[in-house]
Design a protein around this ligand. Structure first.
Ligand SMILES: [Mg+2]
Length: 121
């Protein structure tokens, strides 16, 4: 099974994402901010990270930059989540190493197609 780390400060969004991803046959783990996510990746790197942008402690972009400094046998793919209002962040996120983005609120079809785009579905 493929593994996905869902990173979001909203427990509700993590729960929704987990539910969708489990129907797509992913093993899901969760982190509530970028630092937790980084710690988790250091212990065991997932195949893909679904990454929120605005979070306390360490934001999505800070996480991306920190992840870029880490050594991985296989670097996790990163899909970051944005909103209509946050679309200006896409360039910055891609420059920082994100592979794809998805608009919130996302549904199963959107997530599945994005995961296929980065080669993990
Ligand atoms: Mg957030």
């Amino acid at each position: 099974m493929k593994t996905c780390l869902v990173v979001d400060d909203s427990k509700v969004i993590r729960k929704v994402a987990r539910h969708i991803l489990e129907t797509l046959e992913f093993t899901v783990s969760e982190a509530g901010d970028g630092q937790e996510a980084l710690d988790s990746c250091r212990v065991s790197a997932p195949d893909v990270v679904l990454l929120d942008w605005n979070m306390p402690v360490m934001s999505g972009i800070e996480f991306l930059r920190a992840l870029g400094q880490e050594e991985f046998e296989t670097r996790p793919k990163v899909i970051f989540c944005t909103t209509e209002n946050g679309i200006a962040h896409i360039r910055a996120a891609i420059d920082a190493g994100a592979d794809e983005y998805v608009m919130k609120p996302f549904d199963r079809e959107t997530l599945e197609s994005k995961f296929q785009l980065v080669g993990v579905a």
